[in-house]
Ligand binder design. Structure first.
Ligand code: AMP
Length: 617
């Protein structure tokens, strides 16, 4: 039997949600649906966004209301227009096979007369943001005297946005005997207070431990110098070729600056912040949803209610002022049972904030090293190889060119052709990253952090100052393990195994440490060495980035914005769309104007949100 039927949901709803791909209930649905279906409890659910909470309250509502009657029976309050539309849309989808179900979305920044018209025609479920709802109540355009259920969704966000008074006023127009269901990602004392105020003996459900956040999110942080932050951020993005991320900044100006720098550098990025008009916001969100944008640069307020599945990374370009906001930010990834990574790029002084968030979430954050230029090169190379392997071939279109292509390649073996295709991009990456500096904060600083027990898994931070780190162009793809490489180094350079320090075997290259006084000897020992006919290169892996590991030419790379093109184009092209890198040092750009900025729904609340009541670091 379908598990939703077992939970007590009727067939026509189950058929509709099956079409949406709901095969099994999510944990919150499993636990809340049977309770809410009784219709006799107040309810508090501590749950992140993306856990399936809309259906957790939506399905029981559809079961409990009387759709023969055309008056408001349920009111759902939520913080943003986006969420309001999302919930409305979801409910309509769930009720697709039911008759006479009327749901109206009530939110600011859109024509009130349309909303009033829909209300007059008769609705049973009102989904609303508080400001516009109160406006309509004050116009005496709606009668809530027969409302049986009120849902407060993302209650913490509504309070953060300063909606407390509006909620009070709205709820005062609903009957005392109604049931109230409250959902919140976090449970600050203000939410506790409203739970107490509006509910009697609520059934409480906590998904995961209190404030723990989503178990499927990995939390990582990188320590960089303030001046290297943008470059480090780009390096992290480059190291994740398939990234589909939301990047959080603290201010609107910062979002604009970062987005403009990224666009200038050729990335698929745009900003979302409170000064954009609703139309501009919608446009940005549409592009993001459609994946024309790979990176969305947002402020906390602007990102509220963003409901996009498959976000792979949340990047805290700046840490939020309030710990709760960290939970909200990271909750934008790992939705609907998927996994995700929440990254924070911090300077050494901000480590204390990380410790506080760790404590609040009860989760350990992992310190990660900013990838080296070579790490990025390797990652991009294999991403390219993967793309070539998986590319859809348009047989019909390509057919006419095949004879000429084959003719051009007739002298080359399969291996030669593959090498050339890979090198086309690989050489450019190699050139581009050849002088890439180490962007991790200085060793001393990291060491200090280590003693605080950060769970550091870096190899560099443990390096001794009397050792030199050397690069070698051999790695695991050449069949080397650490032990093999140690043997090979000792044999070739004629040094004792005991003198070799840390060995870090990567894919096509490795690093190893030798005492400073032995580094010359090792480099000399490798002069003229070859491995299976290939020249073996040993180089200093210095932080200064002066040493050259590749070719010399400058290049610009750009990735097709249309996402059909997987590789990197040589041409510069326009600045919107693809990803282009113009140099491995960060570029700073002036804050740009979006032009014609207008207010948007909730803006008033942003200003009011103040934050004094919120937990600050
Ligand atoms: P929500 O937390 O309600 O915003 O839901 C997050 C996402 O999970 C939405 O895209 C839902 O469509 C999806 N979802 C909710 N419940 C289920 C389920 N039982 N099975 C599969 N997907 C679900």
């Amino acid at each position: 039997m379908n598990p939703f039927i077992q939970l007590g949901i009727r067939h026509d709803i189950v058929n509709a949600i099956s079409e949406l791909g709901f095969e099994n209930p999510t944990p919150i649905q499993e636990q809340s649906i049977p309770v809410l279906l009784t219709g006799s409890n107040d309810f508090v659910g501590l749950a992140q966004t993306g856990t399936g909470k809309t259906a957790a309250f939506g399905l029981p509502l559809l079961e409990l209301l009387d759709f023969e009657e055309n008056h408001p029976q349920a009111l759902i309050l939520c913080p943003t227009r986006e969420l309001c539309l999302q919930i409305t849309n979801d409910l309509k989808n769930y009720a697709k096979n039911m008759r006479n179900v009327h749901v109206v979305a009530v939110y600011g920044g859109a024509s009130i007369s349309d909303q009033l018209h829909q209300i007059r025609r008769g609705v049973q479920i009102v989904v609303a943001t508080p400001g516009r709802m109160l406006d309509i109540i004050n116009r005496k355009a709606i009668d809530f005297s027969k409302v049986g259920y009120v849902v407060l969704d993302e209650a913490d966000e509504m309070l953060n946005m300063g909606f407390q008074e509006d909620i009070d006023s709205i709820l005062s127009t609903t009957p005392d005997e109604k049931k109230t269901w409250l959902f919140s990602a976090t449970m600050p004392s203000e939410v506790r207070r409203i739970a107490k105020k509006y509910m009697t003996d609520p059934f409480e459900l906590t998904m995961g431990t209190k404030n723990t956040g989503n178990e499927n999110i990995e939390h990582e942080y990188y320590i960089v110098r303030a001046r290297d932050k943008y470059a480090a951020f780009k390096r992290i993005v480059d190291f994740n070729p398939e990234i589909f991320g939301i990047v959080f900044c603290r201010t609107k100006i910062e979002t604009q600056e970062i987005a403009e720098s990224l666009i200038k550098d050729g990335y698929n990025a745009d900003s979302l912040h409170g000064d954009l008009s609703q139309q501009q916001r919608d446009k940005v969100m549409k592009r993001y949803r459609e994946r024309s944008l790979q990176l969305l640069i947002a402020t906390d307020v602007a990102a509220r209610g963003i409901d996009v599945n498959d976000v792979t990374h949340v990047i805290n370009y700046s840490l939020p002022d309030e710990i709760e906001n960290y939970t909200h930010r990271s909750g934008r990834t790992a939705r609907a049972g998927k996994t995700g990574v929440s990254i924070s790029i911090i300077n050494g002084k901000e480590l204390g904030k990380i410790r506080q968030i760790e404590k609040t979430l009860g989760k350990r954050f992992v310190k990660v090293e900013i990838p080296t230029g070579f790490d990025v090169v390797e990652k991009q190379l294999f991403a390219l190889v993967h793309k070539v392997h998986n590319v859809a071939v348009n047989e019909q279109q390509i057919e006419q060119y095949i004879p000429r292509i084959m003719d051009e390649f007739k002298e080359l073996s399969k291996e030669d052709i593959i090498k050339r295709f890979a090198s086309l991009e690989f050489n450019r990456f190699l050139d581009y990253y050849k002088n890439a500096p180490d962007l991790n904060a200085p060793v001393d600083e990291s060491r200090r952090m280590d003693s605080a027990g950060t769970g550091d898994r870096s190899s560099r931070s443990g390096m001794r100052s009397d050792f030199t780190r050397l690069f070698i162009n051999l790695g695991s793809v050449d069949g080397f393990s650490r032990g093999d490489l140690l043997g090979y180094i000792c044999n070739t350079a004629k040094i004792s195994g005991r003198t070799v320090g840390k060995i870090d075997v990567k894919g096509v290259y490795s690093f190893f440490e030798v005492p400073n006084e032995d580094s010359e000897k090792v480099m000399t020992g490798f002069k003229g060495a070859d491995f299976q006919g290939r020249e073996v290169r040993i180089e200093l892996s210095g932080d200064g980035g002066n040493e050259s590991r590749g070719g010399a030419s400058n290049y610009k790379r750009r990735e097709g914005g249309d996402r059909r093109e997987g590789g990197f184009r040589r041409d510069g092209g326009g600045s919107s769309g693809g990803r282009r890198e113009g140099g491995n040092r960060e570029t700073s750009s002036a804050p740009g104007g979006g032009g014609g900025f207008r207010d948007f729904s909730g803006k008033r609340r942003e200003d009011r949100a103040g934050g004094e009541r919120r937990r600050r670091f």
